[in-house]
Design a protein around this ligand. Sequence first.
Ligand code: HEM
Length: 472
Amino acid sequence: MDPDLNRYILLNEGKGLVPGYPQSMVNILGKSNIAAVYGSSHKHIRGSLLSLVGPPAIRDLLLPNIDKYMRFFLLNWDGKTIDIQTKTVEMAFFAFFKQILEDESSTIYESFKAEFHKILVGAFTLPINIPGTSYYQGMQGRRSIERLLMQIMEERRASGSQNDMLDRILRDEENNHNLIDEEIIDQIITILYSSFETVSTTSMMAIKYLHDNPRALQELREEHLAIRRRKKEEEPIIWDDYKKSMSFTRAVIFETSRLACVVCGMMRKIASDMDLNGFVFPKGWKVYLFTRETNFNPFLYPEPFTFNPWRWLQNKSLESHKYCLFFGGGSRLCPGKELGIVQISVFLHYFLTKYRWEEVGEHEILKFPRVEAPRGIYKMLAVSDRRPIAELWWPAAELQWPSDVSPAADGWRGCGRTSFMELVLKVHVSVDSPPPYALFYKQTIGLFLINQWFKERKKQEVVGPFRSKQMI
Ligand code: HEM
């Protein structure tokens, strides 16, 4: 949790602090996925990815598409009670799928979605490859997506070009990255995996915080209405709108990422015995850089539990502060950072300028180990606002939300109080099969983990402090 040490680890991959994501994730996302490779392979793949999702690509190719699909996606919510969690999940998947495989049929879209869901569930599990486990299903999902992509790539090669991301990887005209098929498949799965949950969760939480903070909602809405007033209804959002007229939107997105802790940390592996802050970390050990603590550092963020987007405007250097690690750091700084922010901004733009909404029923949002509304009950009644744009604003009185849903009340849930064992059991023992399998696996895996834990403790007592100055 030490912010300086976290930063040191992120900046020193070259000294043997390499990515250390779980085996299940490496197997399911693929051995050449960007988060599993390092050194020259990492540089090579990262170069290819940046040319696909970096700011020039967003400005010229991706933003017009995001605009088109976001308008389409937000049609017809009027008068309906929607589950905002389900909707933001669909929004993120739909928009990224369309960037990658624009003209593929709805049948391909539906199969992709179903198989991708298995990948999501399986990526952080114990790699036990027997029917019924989430890992097994994740591997099945990966294989199906592999088959689908191979087939699409063959068709594309035979029939000439389209202009989506897959096609640009296949052509790779300007950049000469020339990825082989296996690398292409791994990168596509990784782009979807890395973008989808971060973008959907940040969008959902932004809506929640805006709910709870009418003043922020009103200011954000005014920012977007001002953009709309300059445009005809059918005119899309362009790069200049995003760069020059959405500063409060960016602040809302950063404040949401901070308070909701959409990414809690990053994982690294020690390539050879290493002394870090006076502790010897033996080769092969995994290090979890727990960065979410820093999000609540009162010196960096006064009144850290308050949703205060204005702090990002008052202190412009906060975004590049060395402890601000929402998007990682060093050579693995998120290559999709700008794309993610653009997508959430365009989503908010159309959501705020099209609809008013209110909460329906009770809701519960968990923050740890991942941010989610576990029963999907965070529902909203969206009402299309048909008044002329000039009149569109909400009197603050309309927007008094219950005080018991303040960010301070739920912002800290579980954090720091979840024991390691509890966490391991929660994260890994998510077996999706019906009883009696589920119970059997849960018990077996639970016993296995407890046994491992006792063994580990015993080892520490016998081996002592790992030849170090202090015991880890
Ligand atoms: C709000 C949105 C996002 C957040 C908070 C976020 C966060 C992060 C973080 C913290 C890392 C560092 C991981 C590490 O060091 O191990 C990362 C890496 C990465 N992100 Fe994002 N991300 C977001 C959106 C996206 C999008 C839209 C894409 C899609 C293009 C993307 C693709 C990636 C990839 C490929 C990596 C691995 C980079 C590497 O290993 O060099 N992310 N992201």
